[in-house]
Design a protein around this ligand. Structure first.
Ligand code: GDP
Ligand code: IMO
Ligand code: MG
Length: 429
């Protein structure tokens, strides 16, 4: 019996999960997404080509890897069809390598319209949603109105679909939202459903537990990040799913005892796209430099990502919630060229108290980070192949994080390409 390893983001998403899943995929038999949907944008770079995956697991480019869309996800068939076409154009086939859980909920065009309508209503309090219909699709799941992938094979699918669309149109009317073209959106959606019928459906719980009992190696790929979790993130500026290790059990039908390693992925600094609190955010030239050097623009929406210093209060909290066993540090190369770097080690509250805990209300008006200054490095590290190729000041930066979090950083990524990855065999007492 093998265990299912988990790889997930520890910050506000876009930590580089896709790149590192692609790096690890050759050592796994099955890669599976357990939550989220096309709000995710996971970037993979190899052989001078770049792919951005929204629904397909990031093992799709490895010939011998089975990829599964798990029940905890919400699936937009139109986005999936486009993605399969793009992957096929690159010479990669999904035949025999992609499966979908029957219990995965479907995103309808009207879920996207509702997303836009709710965001408009929120005005200044808008979440900054990717507008991919994620929130409304999960809302329908929880309120027991949703349609599942397995339903597309039922004889009364069309009636069920129409009933849900009618319901959504009533909601849109109530929200006074009419800027949508349902007719053309549904033509595209029905075409995509026809393609979806060709993809093998499985009961993910039986499939995965069977794989584990046969000793197969399974990796669960998280989307978004811990601070966007519906319960433990910076609510209400979060997504609508459980992005944390706990979400693996409910999103795939595997027991907690089946969880193996938990790989926590973080950037060497912080970014956030969309609204909501971000204690270590930089509003100055330094923030602009990080954004420019890190090409910090959303992989799904192209929006500018807000940038700030590494935040150990948030990271410690994320490691605790997820039971992280190993850390992967991404984008360390982006910090080259700064004389001094700052790391937030605690938060100062408004009444002068200092805390190491991630607070209930984490807005800038309630906390300000206490920073520790560390010496930066000037060297370009993008060609580094092993630990000893890294400048000593960068090694010190990494060791400081390991000491603070009491966890080993076993991968240091120094560029977007598959090959720009340093693996370390390291232990922290
Ligand atoms: P994900 O959503 O967690 O998969 O991350 P995204 O793909 O949205 O964003 C990460 C971005 O950083 C992508 O453009 C990656 O190609 C890029 N990237 C990943 N790792 C590194 C790295 O170590 N250095 C640099 N410079 N870029 C990286
Ligand atoms: P990956 O998997 C970064 C953010 C949105 C918004 C909030 C809610 O690429 O790391 P939603 O569309 O879920 O209603 O948006 O969450 N968000 C992400 N930010 N990376 C992501 O995914 C994200 N998915 C959603 O910007 O603030
Ligand atoms: Mg992303």
């Amino acid at each position: 019996m093998s265990k299912i390893d988990v790889l997930l983001g520890l910050q506000w998403g876009d930590e580089g999960k896709g790149k590192v899943v692609d790096v690890l995929a050759p050592t796994y038999d099955v890669i599976v997404r357990f939550q989220g949907g096309p709000n995710a944008g996971h970037t993979l770079v190899f052989d001078d080509k770049k792919y951005v995956l929204h629904c397909l697991p990031s093992g799709i480019f490895q010939e011998n890897t089975v990829n599964l869309i798990g029940n905890g996800m919400v699936l937009d068939p139109v986005v999936l069809a486009a993605e399969i076409a793009e992957v096929a154009e690159g010479g990669f086939s999904i035949v025999d390598r992609l499966k979908i859980a029957q219990k995965t909920h479907l995103i309808l065009p009207t879920h996207r319209f509702l997303d836009a309508a709710y965001e408009r209503r929120k005005g200044k309090q808008a979440i900054g949603s990717t507008l991919r219909g994620i929130g409304p699709a999960y809302t329908d799941k929880v309120s027991r109105h949703g349609l599942r992938v397995g339903d597309i094979l039922l004889p009364d699918f069309d009636e069920r679909l129409q009933a849900l669309i009618d319901r959504h149109q009533q909601q849109l009317e109530w929200l006074d939202y009419s800027e949508y073209d349902l007719g053309s959106a549904m033509i595209e959606w029905h075409e995509a459903i026809t393609q979806l019928r060709e993809i093998p459906q499985v009961d993910d719980s039986y499939f995965l537990n069977d794989q584990l009992s046969k000793g197969k190696r399974v990796l669960a790929e998280g989307a978004q990040g811990t601070l966007l979790d519906i319960s433990y993130g910076s609510y209400p500026y979060v997504t609508s799913s459980h992005t944390i290790t706990g979400g693996v059990c409910t999103g795939l039908g595997v027991p907690p005892s089946a969880i193996g390693d938990v790989f926590g992925v973080f950037k060497a600094y912080c970014t956030r796209v969309g609204g909501g609190p971000f204690p270590s955010e930089l509003f100055d030239e330094t923030g602009e430099t990080i954004q420019k050097n890190g090409h910090e623009f959303g992989a799904t929406t192209g929006r500018e990502r807000r940038c700030g210093w590494l935040d150990l209060v948030a990271l410690r909290y994320a490691c605790m919630i997820n039971g992280v066993t190993k850390l992967f540090m991404m984008k360390g190369d982006v910090l080259s060229g700064f004389d001094t770097l700052q790391i937030a080690t605690a938060y100062n509250g408004v009444n002068g108290e200092v805390t190491n805990s991630f607070p209930y209300d984490v807005s800038q008006s309630t906390v300000s980070p206490a920073y520790q200054a560390v010496t930066g490095w000037q060297e370009d590290v993008t060609s580094a192949k092993e630990w000893n190729d890294l400048p000593n000041t960068m090694k010190d930066y990494i060791t400081l994080i390991e000491d603070e979090l009491k966890l080993p950083i076993s991968i240091v990524s120094v560029g977007p390409d598959r090959n720009q990855t340093i693996k370390r065999d390291t232990k922290v007492e």
